[in-house]
Design a protein around this ligand. Structure first.
Ligand code: NAD
Length: 417
């Protein structure tokens, strides 16, 4: 209910620091459009079911709209509006030629068969086809959607193009990112978000002049983002002392053997306990005395109710929106604390999606090393741009990121006005 208001308030705060007029600020607090459609799907049992599908387009000032499609029962108008706004900020901070969008279907995907989810994906594209496109709006996977769903959506979009005699003009593959590699996906996309976050950690430690092997890390969430982040950090010599998933957490004071845990969790998605590893609760993980806490699971996990128990001085937001606005205010009242915001820390995903789109449009595919090198460069530049803004304006990391994004958006807006 309040996510979009939060996003608007964050823009307001950054805009006030920049001394923007109300008219200009309003431009970025508003959306370009929200598309809401009913989709009706015939289930395996022959009955028909209706779902609500959304696509929200916030801004295309800096390039085509860009943002994932989420399948989740909590998807609603407020959520997609907030997520679309954050995408505009994220792509502007990353310095990639995109705007911000987000989509979703209000559905619990666990309750439906693959065949039914395929029909939902196809119906989504049929309803949204005239609003998306490689030069208009480029969706990607998000919570509960994946490469398979992008493959179904790409096929449905190609069908739409053929039906409307547009197949020779538009590249269906370039309309979606996060596709399987055989269908035009990019090398390195799987690792990209975790790796991008790791690059940010490295830049930060460099600035703070901290030595890698002294730094302890706890990671909430060991899915795509958390596990790759853990692997890159471990390989570089950081001490990852705790990780968790929805079933529980494990801890080792001297550091976990992430190589082993990563391999095990790829196999059976479980943490195995042995004499070197202690089981702790998910709440205890958030309260550990570590240098860096990495929320990499869900939104809104650090709130005014539990933030006071957090002992880490640095929170690196790999999930989207893991720290509430009130919790951030409370956390930052103590000196020398930092929250590296999601719009910077987890932008490795959308940056590599951008690389996928570039590869699709140019029909020129890169090896993984090339993708990683380009990603590293973009993350380094984004980090340093935000850092400069933070130091010069003596503000928080998040506000600095918003200021940087707004400056870029406003420059474009005023040039076109
Ligand atoms: P995922 O589904 O692969 O992994 C989520 C992990 O969180 C799983 O290990 C799950 O067990 C764990 N988890 C769930 N509830 C938990 C709880 N209460 N306590 C501890 N662990 C819990 O998802 P993902 O792709 O890794 O995404 C994680 C977050 O990162 C989300 O907020 C997502 O929006 C964000 N994000 C992802 C990408 C990407 O490229 N995948 C990009 C940007 C942002």
């Amino acid at each position: 209910m309040y996510a979009f208001i939060n996003a608007q308030q964050q823009i307001q705060k950054a805009g006030e620091t920049l001394g923007l007029s109300r008219e200009v600020l309003k431009k970025f607090q508003r959306l370009d459009r929200i598309i809401k459609k009913k989709i009706i799907v015939k289930l395996d049992n022959g009955k028909k079911e209706q779902f609500i599908a959304y696509r929200c387009q916030h801004s295309n000032l800096l390039g085509p709209y860009k943002g994932g499609i989420r399948f989740h029962p909590n998807v609603d108008e407020d959520e997609v509006k907030a997520l679309a706004t954050w995408m505009t900020i994220k792509t502007a901070v990353a310095g990639i030629p995109y705007g911000g969008a987000k989509g979703g279907v209000s559905i619990d995907p666990q309750k439906y068969s693959n065949q039914e989810l395929k029909k939902v994906s196809q119906a989504y594209v049929e309803k949204m086809a005239s609003f998306i496109g490689p030069w208009q709006d480029i969706p990607a996977p998000d919570v509960n959607t994946n490469g398979q769903i992008m493959a179904w959506m790409t096929a449905a979009y190609r069908k739409y193009l053929q039906k409307n005699n547009l197949a020779g003009l538009q590249n269906a593959q370039a309309c979606f990112t996060g596709k399987p590699i055989i269908l035009g996906g990019s090398q390195g996309r799987e690792e990209a978000t975790g790796l991008g976050g790791f690059y940010i950690l490295e830049e930060l430690m460099n600035k703070l002049k901290r030595k890698t092997r002294d730094i302890t890390i706890a990671i909430q969430g060991f899915g795509n983002v958390g596990s790759w982040f853990a692997k890159f950090a471990y390989d570089a010599g950081y001490k990852v002392v705790a990780v968790s998933n929805s079933r529980g957490a494990i801890f080792a004071k001297k550091g976990l053997n992430i190589k082993k845990i990563f391999a095990q969790s790829q196999k059976d998605n479980k943490f195995h306990i042995d004499k070197n590893v202690q089981q702790i609760s998910n709440e205890e993980l958030l309260e550990l005395k570590v240098d860096v806490l990495i929320p990499a699971a869900l939104e809104g996990v650090l709130t005014k109710n539990n933030i006071k128990k957090v002992k880490a001085d640095i929170i690196l937001e790999m999930a989207n929106g893991p720290v509430t606005v009130e919790a951030e205010e409370l956390f930052l009242t103590k000196k020398n604390r930092m929250i590296i915001p999601d719009v910077l820390a987890n932008s490795g995903g959308v940056i590599t999606s951008y690389f996928e789109w570039v590869q699709n449009l140019s029909a020129n595919y890169w090896i993984k090393e090339e993708v990683f090198e380009k990603l590293h460069q973009k993350m380094r530049i984004a980090f340093n741009d935000v850092w400069e803004e933070m130091i010069t304006r003596k503000t928080s990391f998040r506000i600095a990121a918003y200021i940087l994004a707004l400056k870029r958006l406003i420059e474009a807006y005023l040039l076109e006005k």
